[in-house]
Design a protein around this ligand. Structure first.
Ligand code: HEC
Ligand code: HEC
Ligand code: HEC
Ligand code: HEC
Length: 469
């Protein structure tokens, strides 16, 4: 038997490499031409019928060139921005959950706390809330109006923050609109507020380098985030992101900075109020992980007579699940509903449990205080309740009732309940040392009015103590 010499390959190896190289090059050219064509078609759609001023804050002026975006933006005025089959569809959170009045005793949120409305109402709502008064800093305007970038440029960012809210009342009239997210010369997405850019900078990143898909989220992250006012006089709007975006990172940040929002009127605990870390919590969810942007769900592409545009009626995506969800999920509308309802129902149950336990803990610490426990004895439990409530609030103040990151929300709420229960056990020991062995009888706080009346004497005592100092 003879052994055949190996057959010469049909195509020599070197030629294969060259052919493969050509193929890759060809595909690259094709892809880049597709990209360019896409960019072209975008720019073709973006044609100005009338040039815009550098600081044009009136959306109607932008609407001359971009009527579809303008009309859909205007629909954020509508009252129905959320389907009524979901939990907590209506206004007054304090009426729905009176425990909140106890959780925030000593802080302005006990006066009023309503569900957010559409962007169209931002200026109207911030000027109407009783949480705003003569002592409110101008910083509170930052997330409400496209008039803000102009005034920051005119007066300087530091001077803007250091001014009073009242100082700008007559100059801030337009609610959240085009200039908040777009460059008026090119229509490119743009970051118009310093807070986000500064937070990126402190982490060694440059927000102007973000990709197009990231920008479809980051324009929202200018406002839908946790923040605080740094410095008693400066009131510099600051994101506590230096250690990262999780609730543990925030705890670390605030403990290091020593920042406290208020002292609790019943328990005397130093407290932090979360604002609305929508962006941060959503980072932990599957959609962010898979690169889905806020705009994908809240501003989906819509067709009108063959014209495709982004629906600027930012609202609950369940008002239009077919464009918001069903482009990616082949589920029926009923299935989409069921899934969201189930996530939100689970989150609501966990939130309610945490709210009950937190309220009990504050009241028990308050009782220990009235039994003669000293600040030194209470330091540990006050710290525990403060952390537990911050964890709960990270989820509670985030919009969407857990939808953006269901597992992370459940994890954090579980931790909040654990911490609050540990705090209650320790407080029980302190009360026992003071001779009180019976559990504390809970007051009737079953309505907002009853809860507000219940905390009133504590608020007065706190005020009197502060005046006597
Ligand atoms: C909250 C941020 C935000 C506001 C406010 C906003 N836009 Fe947009 N806009 C976007 C996003 C996100 C896109 C999608 C951009 C992309 O993917 O290229 C977009 C896209 C556009 C486009 C490109 C075509 C399209 O529809 O995708 C135009 C034109 C436009 N917006 C006009 C406006 C006008 C006019 C207003 C004010 C009436 C406005 N926008 C307000 C975020 C915003
Ligand atoms: C300039 C700050 C700012 C920007 C930018 C911004 N928002 Fe808002 N958003 C707000 C404020 C403030 C409210 C509450 C308004 C009120 O209650 O009057 C709000 C409300 C909402 C609501 C509730 C609407 C309702 O009717 O229930 C949704 C949803 C929302 N924003 C999503 C987004 C998304 C998605 C983006 C990015 C595409 C975005 N926002 C960009 C400040 C902003
Ligand atoms: C741009 C595409 C896209 C859009 C738009 C989108 N999703 Fe998803 N969704 C995904 C991807 C990707 C996953 C992860 C699935 C996987 O990896 O198997 C996912 C997962 C989910 C899950 C299961 C994971 C979890 O967190 O429990 C639910 C529920 C869900 N989506 C609901 C919705 C709803 C409701 C909407 C509309 C408001 C929506 N999605 C819009 C892409 C999308
Ligand atoms: C996968 C789709 C999806 C993505 C991505 C997404 N959301 Fe949502 N969002 C939802 C759904 C679903 C709800 C719950 C709607 C409801 O309760 O009516 C919601 C609720 C909200 C609400 C409360 C609306 C209301 O009326 O109560 C706000 C505000 C919000 N999202 C902001 C954001 C921001 C900011 C981002 C990006 C950081 C984002 N969302 C990303 C689907 C999404």
């Amino acid at each position: 038997m003879t052994i055949k010499p190996p057959r010469k390959p049909l195509i020599p190896g070197w030629l294969l490499v060259v052919l493969a190289g050509l193929l890759v090059f060809g595909l690259g050219v094709l892809a880049s031409s597709i990209n360019e064509r896409r960019a072209e078609s975008k720019l073709a759609r973006v044609q100005f019928l009338q040039p815009l001023d550098e600081w044009e804050s009136d959306p109607a002026k932008w609407g001359v060139s971009f009527p579809r975006q303008f009309i859909s933006w205007e629909s954020t005025r509508d009252a129905a921005t959320r389907p009524s089959f979901l939990p907590e569809s209506t206004g007054d959170y304090l009426a729905q959950r009176p425990e909140l009045v106890v959780l925030w005793a000593g802080y302005s949120f006990t006066k009023a706390y309503n569900k957010p409305r559409g962007h169209y109402h931002a200026v109207e709502d911030v000027t109407a809330t009783p949480r705003v008064d003569a002592s409110t800093p101008a910083t509170c305007w930052t997330c409400k109006s496209p008039d803000v970038p102009r005034l920051m440029a005119r007066d300087g960012v530091e001077a803007f923050y250091a001014n009073s809210f009242d100082h700008y009342r007559s100059e801030i009239t337009n609610p959240i609109a085009c200039l908040d997210c777009h460059d008026p010369q090119t229509m490119a997405l743009r970051i118009s507020r310093p807070g986000l850019a500064e937070a990126f900078q402190r982490q060694g990143q440059d927000v102007t380098q973000a990709s197009h898909q990231e920008m479809r989220t980051l324009v929202c992250a200018q406002c839908h985030v946790e923040y605080y006012f740094k410095g008693k006089e400066a009131n510099h709007l600051t994101f506590p992101w230096d250690q990262g975006l999780t609730v543990e990172n925030f705890k670390q940040y605030y403990e290091r900075s020593g920042h406290v929002d208020w002292v609790h009127a019943i328990s005397g605990a130093p407290m932090i109020k979360m604002q609305h870390p929508d962006y941060e919590l959503s980072r932990a969810g599957i959609h962010a992980f898979r690169g889905v942007s806020c705009a994908d769900c809240h501003m989906p592409y819509t067709s009108e007579g063959g014209l495709k545009y982004s629906d600027h009626g930012v609202r609950s995506p369940l008002m239009n699940a077919s464009t918001a969800c069903q482009v990616c999920h082949r589920w029926s509308e009923a299935d989409v509903r069921t899934r969201v309802l189930s996530i939100q129902g689970t989150t609501r149950a966990a939130l309610s449990r945490a709210e009950r336990v937190l309220a009990e803990a504050h009241l028990e610490i308050g009782d220990a205080l009235s039994l003669g426990a000293t600040d030194a004895e209470l330091e540990g439990v006050r710290h525990q309740i403060s952390v537990a409530q911050m964890y709960w609030d990270y989820v509670a103040s985030s919009n969407g009732l857990g939808f953006h990151a269901p597992q992370e929300s459940a994890r954090i709420l579980g931790r909040a309940v654990d911490l609050a229960q540990e705090c209650r056990l320790e407080t029980q020991r302190i009360r026992a040392r003071k001779g009180e062995l019976r559990p504390l009888e809970m007051p009737d706080i079953s309505t907002k009015e009853k809860a507000q009346a219940f905390i009133q004497p504590y608020l007065e005592a706190q005020k009197a103590a502060a005046a006597g100092k």
